[in-house]
Design a protein. Sequence first.
Length: 176
Amino acid sequence: MEKAKFGVLTVSDRASKGEYEDISGKYIIEYLQEVVSSPFEIIYRVVPDEKDIIEGALIHMSDVEKCCLVLTTGGTGPAPRDVTPEATETVCQKILPGFGELMRQVSLQQVPTAILSRQTAGIRNSTLIINLPGKPQSIKICLDAVFPAIPYCIDLIGGPYITTREERIKAFRPQK
């Protein structure tokens, strides 16, 4: 079985300067280890809230590292320095708005400020890029909602076959 590569990209001015520990990116890695049963490796980076740097990291993870999935955390709010969705939209050939719609829907059941989130997702070549919020509890809520569709999406864009620990998350694939 082909080993998948997953990119985890934390977007944070302070974490990129080492001013505080990147808890969110590390949580995403733990989540993937808990949910994915097929072999994979992680490509991990922390970058500042700079659109061109985020774009460069996304392009590198997609085109050079050949990640089939890149999960970003941070930079999805309304603040002036929050530019992760813009960077994602710039580097992707196709935008998949359903991911953001579902993540906001499930997040709204927890907090009214979820409407401020601008998470999105898209496809760059054979990489699925998904923007996640910045807090571990919010990341869990969002990933639990969208992860069932991720393995099939990766199938459709020519990536490796991803399996999940079904007692935790059941991947959905249409019956043939």
